[in-house]
Write a protein that binds this ligand. Structure first.
Ligand SMILES: *Cc1c(COP(=O)(O)O)cnc(C)c1O
Length: 459
Protein backbone atom coordinates (compact mmCIF):
# COMPACT_ATOMS: atom_id res chain seq x y z
CA UNK A 1 0.00 0.00 0.00
CA UNK A 2 1.18 3.52 -0.71
CA UNK A 3 1.70 6.02 2.08
CA UNK A 4 -0.92 5.80 4.82
CA UNK A 5 -3.18 8.88 4.59
CA UNK A 6 -3.35 11.47 7.36
CA UNK A 7 -7.04 10.82 7.86
CA UNK A 8 -8.54 7.47 7.02
CA UNK A 9 -12.31 6.95 6.83
CA UNK A 10 -14.17 3.68 6.39
CA UNK A 11 -16.97 3.70 3.82
CA UNK A 12 -20.55 3.45 5.10
CA UNK A 13 -20.59 -0.18 3.96
CA UNK A 14 -17.53 -0.92 6.08
CA UNK A 15 -19.09 0.48 9.27
CA UNK A 16 -20.04 -2.02 11.98
CA UNK A 17 -23.72 -3.02 12.12
CA UNK A 18 -23.45 -4.74 15.51
CA UNK A 19 -22.03 -3.70 18.87
CA UNK A 20 -19.53 -6.03 20.51
CA UNK A 21 -20.15 -7.18 24.09
CA UNK A 22 -16.72 -7.79 25.61
CA UNK A 23 -18.19 -9.64 28.59
CA UNK A 24 -19.04 -12.57 26.31
CA UNK A 25 -15.32 -13.27 25.92
CA UNK A 26 -14.10 -12.49 29.42
CA UNK A 27 -12.72 -15.52 31.25
CA UNK A 28 -14.40 -14.33 34.43
CA UNK A 29 -17.42 -12.06 34.63
CA UNK A 30 -17.47 -8.83 36.63
CA UNK A 31 -19.17 -9.39 40.00
CA UNK A 32 -22.96 -8.91 39.86
CA UNK A 33 -24.52 -5.60 40.81
CA UNK A 34 -26.32 -5.61 44.14
CA UNK A 35 -29.80 -4.31 44.83
CA UNK A 36 -29.41 -1.95 47.80
CA UNK A 37 -32.95 -2.80 48.93
CA UNK A 38 -32.32 -6.52 49.39
CA UNK A 39 -28.50 -6.52 49.45
CA UNK A 40 -28.72 -9.47 47.02
CA UNK A 41 -27.56 -9.61 43.38
CA UNK A 42 -29.98 -7.55 41.28
CA UNK A 43 -32.32 -9.22 38.80
CA UNK A 44 -33.05 -7.59 35.47
CA UNK A 45 -36.60 -6.70 36.64
CA UNK A 46 -35.08 -4.74 39.56
CA UNK A 47 -33.70 -2.33 36.98
CA UNK A 48 -36.95 -1.72 35.09
CA UNK A 49 -38.17 1.15 37.32
CA UNK A 50 -34.96 3.05 36.57
CA UNK A 51 -33.81 1.99 33.06
CA UNK A 52 -35.58 1.22 29.77
CA UNK A 53 -36.24 -2.50 29.53
CA UNK A 54 -34.01 -3.16 26.54
CA UNK A 55 -31.17 -1.22 28.16
CA UNK A 56 -31.67 -3.11 31.44
CA UNK A 57 -31.36 -6.35 29.45
CA UNK A 58 -28.16 -5.14 27.81
CA UNK A 59 -26.86 -4.18 31.23
CA UNK A 60 -27.28 -7.72 32.54
CA UNK A 61 -26.29 -9.61 29.39
CA UNK A 62 -22.87 -11.20 29.79
CA UNK A 63 -23.41 -13.77 27.04
CA UNK A 64 -24.53 -12.32 23.72
CA UNK A 65 -21.30 -11.55 21.88
CA UNK A 66 -22.70 -9.31 19.13
CA UNK A 67 -25.88 -7.23 19.38
CA UNK A 68 -27.51 -5.70 16.28
CA UNK A 69 -27.43 -1.91 16.19
CA UNK A 70 -31.06 -0.88 15.53
CA UNK A 71 -31.65 0.52 12.04
CA UNK A 72 -32.72 3.96 13.39
CA UNK A 73 -29.52 4.19 15.44
CA UNK A 74 -27.37 3.16 12.47
CA UNK A 75 -29.01 5.82 10.32
CA UNK A 76 -28.12 8.46 12.92
CA UNK A 77 -24.58 7.09 13.35
CA UNK A 78 -24.11 7.60 9.62
CA UNK A 79 -24.86 11.31 10.01
CA UNK A 80 -21.56 11.82 11.86
CA UNK A 81 -19.69 8.53 11.54
CA UNK A 82 -17.42 6.86 10.66
CA UNK A 83 -15.01 8.95 12.68
CA UNK A 84 -11.53 9.33 11.23
CA UNK A 85 -8.51 7.27 12.21
CA UNK A 86 -5.72 9.81 12.07
CA UNK A 87 -2.00 9.22 11.64
CA UNK A 88 -0.27 11.92 13.68
CA UNK A 89 2.61 12.46 11.27
CA UNK A 90 3.38 15.97 12.51
CA UNK A 91 3.51 14.85 16.13
CA UNK A 92 5.77 11.90 15.24
CA UNK A 93 8.12 14.23 13.42
CA UNK A 94 8.23 16.80 16.21
CA UNK A 95 8.97 14.09 18.76
CA UNK A 96 11.60 12.60 16.44
CA UNK A 97 10.32 9.15 17.35
CA UNK A 98 10.50 5.93 15.35
CA UNK A 99 7.00 5.13 16.70
CA UNK A 100 3.88 5.38 14.58
CA UNK A 101 1.13 7.32 16.33
CA UNK A 102 -2.53 6.85 15.45
CA UNK A 103 -5.58 8.34 17.09
CA UNK A 104 -9.30 7.78 16.68
CA UNK A 105 -10.98 11.19 16.70
CA UNK A 106 -14.48 11.29 18.22
CA UNK A 107 -14.84 15.09 18.37
CA UNK A 108 -16.36 15.54 14.89
CA UNK A 109 -19.95 16.19 15.99
CA UNK A 110 -21.64 19.18 17.66
CA UNK A 111 -21.66 17.53 21.07
CA UNK A 112 -17.89 17.42 20.69
CA UNK A 113 -17.28 13.97 22.12
CA UNK A 114 -17.81 10.22 21.88
CA UNK A 115 -20.79 10.48 24.22
CA UNK A 116 -23.22 10.85 21.29
CA UNK A 117 -22.63 7.17 20.41
CA UNK A 118 -24.46 6.01 23.53
CA UNK A 119 -26.85 8.99 23.78
CA UNK A 120 -28.41 8.08 20.42
CA UNK A 121 -28.84 4.45 21.44
CA UNK A 122 -30.38 5.34 24.80
CA UNK A 123 -32.77 7.95 23.36
CA UNK A 124 -33.82 5.46 20.69
CA UNK A 125 -34.70 2.75 23.25
CA UNK A 126 -36.65 5.33 25.29
CA UNK A 127 -38.72 6.21 22.25
CA UNK A 128 -39.11 2.54 21.37
CA UNK A 129 -40.61 1.96 24.83
CA UNK A 130 -42.94 4.96 24.50
CA UNK A 131 -41.51 6.86 27.47
CA UNK A 132 -42.78 10.33 28.42
CA UNK A 133 -39.33 11.66 29.27
CA UNK A 134 -35.76 11.04 30.40
CA UNK A 135 -33.62 12.48 33.16
CA UNK A 136 -29.86 12.54 33.47
CA UNK A 137 -26.95 14.34 35.06
CA UNK A 138 -24.03 16.08 33.47
CA UNK A 139 -20.74 17.16 34.97
CA UNK A 140 -18.71 19.12 32.48
CA UNK A 141 -21.66 19.19 30.08
CA UNK A 142 -20.63 16.83 27.29
CA UNK A 143 -23.06 14.07 28.21
CA UNK A 144 -25.95 16.51 28.67
CA UNK A 145 -25.18 18.04 25.29
CA UNK A 146 -24.97 14.70 23.53
CA UNK A 147 -28.19 13.48 25.12
CA UNK A 148 -30.02 16.74 24.32
CA UNK A 149 -29.11 16.27 20.68
CA UNK A 150 -30.23 12.65 20.69
CA UNK A 151 -33.49 13.42 22.53
CA UNK A 152 -34.24 16.29 20.15
CA UNK A 153 -33.88 13.90 17.23
CA UNK A 154 -36.14 11.23 18.72
CA UNK A 155 -38.58 13.76 20.24
CA UNK A 156 -38.10 12.80 23.92
CA UNK A 157 -38.38 15.51 26.65
CA UNK A 158 -35.19 15.66 28.71
CA UNK A 159 -34.30 17.09 32.14
CA UNK A 160 -30.58 17.50 32.85
CA UNK A 161 -29.19 18.00 36.36
CA UNK A 162 -25.96 19.90 35.80
CA UNK A 163 -23.32 20.04 38.53
CA UNK A 164 -23.64 23.57 39.90
CA UNK A 165 -20.01 24.54 39.50
CA UNK A 166 -20.16 23.73 35.76
CA UNK A 167 -23.57 25.35 35.43
CA UNK A 168 -21.99 28.59 36.66
CA UNK A 169 -18.67 28.24 34.83
CA UNK A 170 -19.95 26.98 31.49
CA UNK A 171 -23.02 29.01 30.53
CA UNK A 172 -22.52 28.15 26.86
CA UNK A 173 -22.80 24.44 27.55
CA UNK A 174 -26.14 25.12 29.17
CA UNK A 175 -27.15 27.24 26.20
CA UNK A 176 -26.33 24.44 23.76
CA UNK A 177 -28.44 21.97 25.73
CA UNK A 178 -31.30 24.44 25.83
CA UNK A 179 -30.98 25.07 22.11
CA UNK A 180 -31.62 21.39 21.54
CA UNK A 181 -34.59 21.56 23.91
CA UNK A 182 -33.11 20.08 27.10
CA UNK A 183 -34.28 21.48 30.44
CA UNK A 184 -31.22 22.25 32.58
CA UNK A 185 -31.31 22.45 36.41
CA UNK A 186 -28.29 23.33 38.58
CA UNK A 187 -27.55 20.53 41.07
CA UNK A 188 -27.95 20.41 44.05
CA UNK A 189 -31.43 21.84 43.49
CA UNK A 190 -34.58 22.28 45.54
CA UNK A 191 -36.54 20.09 43.10
CA UNK A 192 -35.63 16.78 44.81
CA UNK A 193 -35.38 15.41 48.36
CA UNK A 194 -31.70 14.54 47.91
CA UNK A 195 -30.97 18.05 46.63
CA UNK A 196 -32.88 19.76 49.43
CA UNK A 197 -31.09 17.63 52.03
CA UNK A 198 -27.67 18.54 50.64
CA UNK A 199 -28.56 22.24 50.47
CA UNK A 200 -29.82 22.16 54.06
CA UNK A 201 -26.41 20.89 55.25
CA UNK A 202 -24.40 23.06 52.86
CA UNK A 203 -26.31 25.90 51.19
CA UNK A 204 -23.22 26.89 49.15
CA UNK A 205 -22.53 23.35 47.85
CA UNK A 206 -21.07 23.50 44.34
CA UNK A 207 -22.36 20.01 43.63
CA UNK A 208 -20.79 16.80 42.34
CA UNK A 209 -21.52 14.22 39.69
CA UNK A 210 -22.66 11.73 42.33
CA UNK A 211 -25.14 14.26 43.75
CA UNK A 212 -26.52 15.10 40.30
CA UNK A 213 -26.99 11.36 39.63
CA UNK A 214 -29.01 11.01 42.85
CA UNK A 215 -31.25 13.91 41.85
CA UNK A 216 -31.76 12.63 38.30
CA UNK A 217 -32.73 9.16 39.52
CA UNK A 218 -35.12 10.53 42.12
CA UNK A 219 -36.77 12.71 39.48
CA UNK A 220 -37.09 9.76 37.06
CA UNK A 221 -38.64 7.31 39.51
CA UNK A 222 -41.02 9.94 40.90
CA UNK A 223 -42.26 11.12 37.46
CA UNK A 224 -44.85 9.18 35.43
CA UNK A 225 -43.31 6.97 32.71
CA UNK A 226 -39.85 8.53 32.98
CA UNK A 227 -36.53 6.73 33.09
CA UNK A 228 -32.99 7.67 33.95
CA UNK A 229 -30.02 7.39 31.61
CA UNK A 230 -26.30 7.52 32.37
CA UNK A 231 -23.46 8.39 30.00
CA UNK A 232 -20.63 6.24 31.31
CA UNK A 233 -19.63 3.47 33.75
CA UNK A 234 -22.52 1.13 32.89
CA UNK A 235 -22.06 -2.05 30.84
CA UNK A 236 -24.67 -0.85 28.31
CA UNK A 237 -22.67 2.32 27.66
CA UNK A 238 -19.47 0.39 27.04
CA UNK A 239 -21.43 -1.82 24.67
CA UNK A 240 -22.60 1.17 22.59
CA UNK A 241 -19.13 2.68 22.61
CA UNK A 242 -17.68 -0.51 21.11
CA UNK A 243 -18.47 1.14 17.77
CA UNK A 244 -15.27 3.19 18.32
CA UNK A 245 -13.04 0.15 18.66
CA UNK A 246 -14.75 -1.85 15.91
CA UNK A 247 -14.30 0.97 13.39
CA UNK A 248 -10.70 1.43 14.50
CA UNK A 249 -9.84 -2.23 14.17
CA UNK A 250 -11.36 -2.54 10.69
CA UNK A 251 -9.55 0.62 9.57
CA UNK A 252 -6.21 -0.60 10.92
CA UNK A 253 -6.69 -3.97 9.24
CA UNK A 254 -7.26 -2.24 5.91
CA UNK A 255 -4.10 -0.19 6.49
CA UNK A 256 -2.15 -3.32 7.44
CA UNK A 257 -1.56 -2.08 11.00
CA UNK A 258 -2.08 -3.39 14.51
CA UNK A 259 -1.38 -1.46 17.72
CA UNK A 260 1.36 -2.49 20.16
CA UNK A 261 -0.13 -0.12 22.72
CA UNK A 262 -3.71 1.17 23.06
CA UNK A 263 -4.17 4.22 25.29
CA UNK A 264 -7.30 5.99 26.48
CA UNK A 265 -8.36 8.43 29.17
CA UNK A 266 -10.58 6.99 31.86
CA UNK A 267 -13.34 8.82 33.72
CA UNK A 268 -16.07 6.22 34.07
CA UNK A 269 -14.38 4.09 31.43
CA UNK A 270 -16.78 4.25 28.48
CA UNK A 271 -14.54 5.56 25.70
CA UNK A 272 -11.66 3.38 26.84
CA UNK A 273 -13.89 0.33 27.12
CA UNK A 274 -15.26 1.02 23.64
CA UNK A 275 -11.90 1.66 22.00
CA UNK A 276 -10.16 -1.36 23.47
CA UNK A 277 -13.06 -3.84 23.13
CA UNK A 278 -11.96 -5.72 19.98
CA UNK A 279 -8.28 -5.48 20.91
CA UNK A 280 -9.01 -6.81 24.38
CA UNK A 281 -10.95 -9.62 22.69
CA UNK A 282 -7.78 -10.58 20.78
CA UNK A 283 -5.82 -10.42 23.99
CA UNK A 284 -8.25 -12.59 25.95
CA UNK A 285 -8.46 -15.11 23.11
CA UNK A 286 -4.67 -15.18 22.78
CA UNK A 287 -4.67 -13.84 19.20
CA UNK A 288 -2.55 -10.77 19.96
CA UNK A 289 -1.03 -9.14 22.98
CA UNK A 290 -1.34 -5.33 22.82
CA UNK A 291 -0.61 -3.35 25.97
CA UNK A 292 -3.70 -1.51 27.15
CA UNK A 293 -3.28 1.62 29.21
CA UNK A 294 -5.88 3.67 31.09
CA UNK A 295 -4.92 7.27 31.91
CA UNK A 296 -6.60 9.06 34.77
CA UNK A 297 -6.06 12.42 36.51
CA UNK A 298 -3.79 12.41 39.58
CA UNK A 299 -6.56 14.41 41.29
CA UNK A 300 -9.10 11.58 40.90
CA UNK A 301 -7.08 8.35 40.75
CA UNK A 302 -9.71 5.57 40.92
CA UNK A 303 -7.61 2.80 39.34
CA UNK A 304 -4.20 3.70 40.71
CA UNK A 305 -5.11 4.58 44.29
CA UNK A 306 -8.68 3.33 44.71
CA UNK A 307 -9.96 0.09 46.17
CA UNK A 308 -11.63 -2.79 44.28
CA UNK A 309 -14.84 -2.96 46.27
CA UNK A 310 -18.60 -2.72 46.14
CA UNK A 311 -19.74 0.89 46.20
CA UNK A 312 -22.69 3.07 45.29
CA UNK A 313 -22.57 4.91 41.97
CA UNK A 314 -23.82 8.16 43.59
CA UNK A 315 -23.34 10.19 46.78
CA UNK A 316 -27.01 9.88 47.67
CA UNK A 317 -26.45 6.11 48.03
CA UNK A 318 -29.60 5.20 46.12
CA UNK A 319 -28.16 3.42 43.05
CA UNK A 320 -27.38 -0.30 42.92
CA UNK A 321 -23.96 -1.28 44.25
CA UNK A 322 -21.27 -2.15 41.74
CA UNK A 323 -17.93 -3.87 42.32
CA UNK A 324 -15.41 -1.46 40.90
CA UNK A 325 -12.26 0.50 41.56
CA UNK A 326 -13.53 3.36 43.66
CA UNK A 327 -12.33 6.23 45.80
CA UNK A 328 -15.51 6.02 47.86
CA UNK A 329 -18.83 7.47 46.73
CA UNK A 330 -18.43 10.55 48.89
CA UNK A 331 -14.92 11.34 47.71
CA UNK A 332 -14.87 14.98 46.57
CA UNK A 333 -12.26 15.43 43.84
CA UNK A 334 -10.50 18.78 43.96
CA UNK A 335 -11.05 21.25 41.17
CA UNK A 336 -9.71 19.80 37.94
CA UNK A 337 -10.43 21.07 34.48
CA UNK A 338 -11.03 17.61 33.05
CA UNK A 339 -14.59 17.54 34.41
CA UNK A 340 -15.42 14.35 32.54
CA UNK A 341 -12.79 12.47 34.54
CA UNK A 342 -13.93 13.52 38.02
CA UNK A 343 -15.88 10.44 39.02
CA UNK A 344 -15.21 8.35 42.11
CA UNK A 345 -15.71 4.95 40.46
CA UNK A 346 -14.82 3.05 37.29
CA UNK A 347 -16.64 0.74 34.88
CA UNK A 348 -17.07 -2.71 36.51
CA UNK A 349 -15.92 -4.36 33.26
CA UNK A 350 -12.67 -2.40 33.14
CA UNK A 351 -12.24 -2.77 36.89
CA UNK A 352 -12.39 -6.55 36.56
CA UNK A 353 -9.97 -6.58 33.61
CA UNK A 354 -7.55 -4.34 35.49
CA UNK A 355 -7.85 -6.46 38.61
CA UNK A 356 -7.12 -9.60 36.57
CA UNK A 357 -4.02 -8.06 34.99
CA UNK A 358 -5.27 -7.48 31.43
CA UNK A 359 -4.57 -3.77 31.47
CA UNK A 360 -2.43 -1.08 33.08
CA UNK A 361 -3.30 2.32 34.52
CA UNK A 362 -1.36 5.50 35.13
CA UNK A 363 -2.28 8.83 36.73
CA UNK A 364 -1.03 12.13 35.29
CA UNK A 365 -0.93 15.67 36.60
CA UNK A 366 -3.02 18.42 35.08
CA UNK A 367 -0.21 20.80 34.08
CA UNK A 368 1.64 18.01 32.25
CA UNK A 369 -1.63 17.12 30.51
CA UNK A 370 -1.97 20.68 29.24
CA UNK A 371 1.68 20.74 28.09
CA UNK A 372 0.73 17.81 25.86
CA UNK A 373 -2.60 19.35 24.81
CA UNK A 374 -0.98 22.56 23.58
CA UNK A 375 1.86 20.76 21.83
CA UNK A 376 -0.67 18.53 20.10
CA UNK A 377 -3.00 21.39 19.14
CA UNK A 378 -0.20 23.29 17.43
CA UNK A 379 0.90 20.26 15.41
CA UNK A 380 -2.34 18.48 14.58
CA UNK A 381 -4.82 21.42 14.29
CA UNK A 382 -7.29 19.93 16.77
CA UNK A 383 -7.92 21.68 20.10
CA UNK A 384 -8.29 18.62 22.34
CA UNK A 385 -10.61 18.32 25.32
CA UNK A 386 -8.75 18.31 28.66
CA UNK A 387 -10.04 14.76 29.23
CA UNK A 388 -8.69 13.53 25.90
CA UNK A 389 -5.39 15.25 26.57
CA UNK A 390 -4.66 12.72 29.31
CA UNK A 391 -4.37 10.11 26.57
CA UNK A 392 -2.23 12.47 24.46
CA UNK A 393 0.16 12.90 27.40
CA UNK A 394 0.57 9.15 27.74
CA UNK A 395 0.93 8.62 23.98
CA UNK A 396 3.65 11.29 23.77
CA UNK A 397 5.51 9.75 26.70
CA UNK A 398 5.27 6.33 25.06
CA UNK A 399 6.62 7.75 21.79
CA UNK A 400 9.48 9.43 23.63
CA UNK A 401 10.38 6.11 25.26
CA UNK A 402 10.47 4.61 21.77
CA UNK A 403 12.93 7.30 20.80
CA UNK A 404 15.18 6.23 23.69
CA UNK A 405 14.94 2.53 22.92
CA UNK A 406 14.80 2.83 19.14
CA UNK A 407 11.64 0.67 19.00
CA UNK A 408 9.23 1.49 16.17
CA UNK A 409 6.04 0.71 18.08
CA UNK A 410 2.56 1.37 16.77
CA UNK A 411 0.73 3.52 19.30
CA UNK A 412 -3.03 4.02 19.18
CA UNK A 413 -4.92 6.42 21.40
CA UNK A 414 -8.47 7.67 21.71
CA UNK A 415 -9.00 11.39 21.11
CA UNK A 416 -12.41 11.62 22.71
CA UNK A 417 -13.35 15.21 21.98
CA UNK A 418 -12.67 18.87 21.46
CA UNK A 419 -12.03 21.51 24.12
CA UNK A 420 -13.88 24.60 22.87
CA UNK A 421 -15.95 24.84 26.04
CA UNK A 422 -12.85 24.49 28.19
CA UNK A 423 -11.17 27.77 27.35
CA UNK A 424 -11.09 28.83 31.02
CA UNK A 425 -8.83 25.85 31.54
CA UNK A 426 -6.63 26.71 28.58
CA UNK A 427 -6.51 30.33 29.77
CA UNK A 428 -5.39 29.33 33.25
CA UNK A 429 -2.70 27.16 31.65
CA UNK A 430 -1.37 29.93 29.41
CA UNK A 431 -1.51 32.44 32.27
CA UNK A 432 0.47 30.05 34.45
CA UNK A 433 -2.13 29.89 37.21
CA UNK A 434 -3.03 26.22 36.77
CA UNK A 435 -2.32 24.06 39.81
CA UNK A 436 -2.03 20.31 40.40
CA UNK A 437 -4.17 18.95 43.21
CA UNK A 438 -3.29 15.49 44.40
CA UNK A 439 -5.37 14.03 47.24
CA UNK A 440 -3.50 12.96 50.36
CA UNK A 441 -3.73 9.40 51.69
CA UNK A 442 -5.80 10.74 54.59
CA UNK A 443 -8.37 12.22 52.23
CA UNK A 444 -8.67 8.94 50.32
CA UNK A 445 -8.79 6.84 53.49
CA UNK A 446 -11.56 9.03 54.82
CA UNK A 447 -13.96 8.32 51.94
CA UNK A 448 -12.77 4.71 51.55
CA UNK A 449 -13.52 4.02 55.21
CA UNK A 450 -17.18 4.76 54.51
CA UNK A 451 -17.64 2.11 51.80
CA UNK A 452 -20.99 0.34 52.21
CA UNK A 453 -21.22 -2.88 54.19
CA UNK A 454 -22.95 -5.85 52.54
CA UNK A 455 -23.68 -8.83 54.80
CA UNK A 456 -21.64 -11.87 53.72
CA UNK A 457 -20.00 -10.02 50.84
CA UNK A 458 -18.28 -6.92 52.14
CA UNK A 459 -18.05 -6.51 55.90
C1 LIG B 1 -17.00 12.25 29.37
C2 LIG B 1 -15.74 12.37 28.65
C3 LIG B 1 -14.65 11.54 28.93
C4 LIG B 1 -14.64 10.52 30.04
O1 LIG B 1 -15.67 9.59 30.07
P1 LIG B 1 -15.44 8.06 29.87
O2 LIG B 1 -16.75 7.44 30.17
O3 LIG B 1 -14.36 7.61 30.80
O4 LIG B 1 -15.05 7.86 28.46
C5 LIG B 1 -13.50 11.66 28.17
N1 LIG B 1 -13.41 12.58 27.20
C6 LIG B 1 -14.42 13.41 26.90
C7 LIG B 1 -14.25 14.41 25.81
C8 LIG B 1 -15.62 13.33 27.61
O5 LIG B 1 -16.62 14.14 27.30
Amino acid sequence: MSKIPHRFYLTEEQMPTQWYNLRADMKEQPDPIINPGTMKPAQVEDLYPVFCEKLAKQEMDGETRYIDIPEEVLEMYKVYRPSPLVRAYNLEKALDTPAKIYFKFEGNNTSGSHKLNSAIAQAYYAKDQGLAGLTTETGAGQWGTALSEACAYFGIPLTVFMVKVSYEQKPFRKAVMETFGGKVIASPSDTTNVGREILKNDPTSSGSLGCAISEAIEKAVSSENHRYVLGSVLNQVLLHQSVIGLETKTAMEILGEYPDVVIGCAGGGSNLGGLIAPFMQDKILGKANPRIVAVEPASCPSFTRGKYAYDFCDVGRITPLAKMYTLGCDFKPSANHAGGLRYHGMSPILSKLYHDGYMEAIAVEQTKVFDAAVQFAKLETILPAPESSHAIRAAIDEALMCKESGEAKTILFGLTGTGYFDMTAYASYTEGTMADHIPTDEELNSSLSRLPKIPGIQE
